[in-house]
Design a protein around this ligand. Structure first.
Ligand code: PMT
Length: 411
């Protein structure tokens, strides 16, 4: 095989899965493009894919036998060895049927079994006809795969094999190559940064069994902590009560009340270079929480005296040395105006304005739609997307602030 060390994928092994779509012929060009970039590519095909294109084509071009049959005795244990050796596994094109098998964890052919044994990053490039991509079942499967960390590349709009125009064409070769590149050469643009992320709700006790809280699940903050860690930052997550697992490599302090959250964040503030406040801190706590359970009484409980909690972000912004400060604004009306006001009042670099009344976004959901507003007045509206994806957009938007903070201080 051609080898040259200045090509980005040199020495990398890629497993290319091809399933039974008319777009299977495009996998031949993809194979060649991956090889041009220096990758060593082997191919696995579903039975349906072999009806669109002969395995021999891939075999000759890749210079490896093409795997097709889970039960072929001459291809012993390929379902284990090929995925084990791969640095990246691409499935292009992936049919709606293949997406369903992946989402459900089925292993009824060689390709789907290999997905179950693979531990390398998986990139899935779907292609399908008509309205299939928009079918609720397909959408659910795609969401499931994405939430498990797989990269699913949206198909593109255009003329389909059926003659219809729609979103279903296999995405372009360049997009797939870029996805491979970000798996093989992941972004490390936060290396050297120390980031504090707050997440989840706080719980303010009324008595030993009751508390004031809110609907935050912690998903947004945990997604940011995970993304920042993957991009090379040291991350301290300060989390209110949630049921979420702490992302690998992230240090976590669990807190309950706004007061505990404030203490954890202020104590570690000098250590940090970036603070992202995604937590939904309770704005009020009970004035005098009872040490004993308050007994049920006949009639109404007329009033509960409340005291405002400390505005943690405001405190941090007054203590800042060179930290970059990011706030969130959870709004139900006049979203941008309220968010801008908070950005100014709390002297933040960036605020993430989210409408918490949207059906599929805000509290508890895996998705969120937000507008990023920076100190210099630039607004970036973003569509509804997975919180993990939004996390990357927020971290991308911090790059100019990181560069500015790295400049020497003017005397
Ligand atoms: O946790 P999820 O279910 O994933 O939901 C995500 C989310 C909706 C909670 C998140 O996206 C979000 O909007 N978090 C901020 C919620 C909030 O408290 O917004 P706010 O507009 O009330 O506060 C503005 C900013 O000040 C926030 O960064 C907040 O963390 C901070 N704040 C608020 C009150 C307080 N006492 N101290 C603070 O530091």
């Amino acid at each position: 095989m051609e080898q040259s060390s200045d090509r980005p994928f040199t020495g990398k092994r890629i497993l290319l899965g091809v399933s039974g779509s008319i777009a299977a012929y495009k996998a031949v060009e993809l194979l060649r493009a991956l090889m041009r970039e220096g990758a060593d590519v082997s191919v696995v095909m579903t039975d349906a894919a072999t009806r669109f294109i002969a395995p021999l084509t891939f075999e000759v071009l890749s210079r490896h036998p093409v795997a097709t049959d889970l039960f072929a005795t001459h291809q012993e244990m390929l379902h284990l060895t090929r995925p084990e050796e791969a640095d990246v596994f691409i499935i292009a094109p992936a049919t709606a049927n293949t997406l369903a098998k992946l989402a459900l964890g089925l292993g009824d052919d060689l390709l789907s079994t290999m997905v179950l044994t693979a531990s390398c990053p998986l990139i899935v490039a779907p292609a399908m006809d008509g309205g299939m991509w928009d079918h609720p079942t397909v959408r659910e499967h795609v969401d499931q795969l994405r939430s498990r960390g797989m990269t699913v590349l949206d198909p593109v709009e255009g003329p389909l094999a059926s003659g219809k125009i729609g979103k279903g064409r296999l995405t372009d070769e360049q997009t797939i190559l870029q996805a491979v590149e970000s798996c093989l050469l992941p972004k490390r643009d936060l290396a050297g940064q120390r980031m504090m992320v707050s997440a989840g709700p706080t719980q303010e006790p009324i008595d030993p069994v009751r508390f004031i809280s809110n609907r935050s699940s912690g998903k947004m903050g945990y997604a940011i902590a995970q993304a920042a860690r993957e991009r090379g930052a040291e991350v301290l997550l300060v989390s209110g009560p949630t049921t979420l697992p702490v992302p690998p490599g992230v240090r976590c302090m669990h807190v309950e009340t706004a007061e505990e959250m404030a203490k954890a964040l202020t104590t570690n503030f000098r250590w940090s270079t970036i603070v992202v406040m995604a937590a939904a801190v309770a704005d009020f706590r009970a004035d005098k929480p009872s040490h004993l359970k308050i007994k049920k009484q006949a009639g109404a409980w007329k009033a509960l005296a409340l005291t405002p909690t400390e505005d943690i972000l405001h405190t941090l912004s007054r203590q800042r040395t060179r930290q970059i400060l990011v706030g969130f604004a959870a709004e139900t009306d006049a979203i941008l105006a309220h968010a801008r006001k908070k950005l100014t009042e709390k002297d933040l670099d960036l605020i993430v304005a989210n409408d918490v009344t949207t059906k599929d976004g805000g509290f508890g959901s895996d998705r969120n739609a937000a507008t990023l507003i920076t100190r210099d007045g630039a607004d970036t509206p973003l569509p509804l997307m997975l919180k993990r994806e939004l996390a990357d957009h927020i971290l991308d938007a911090l790059q100019p602030f990181i560069k500015r903070a790295a400049l020497p201080k003017p005397h």
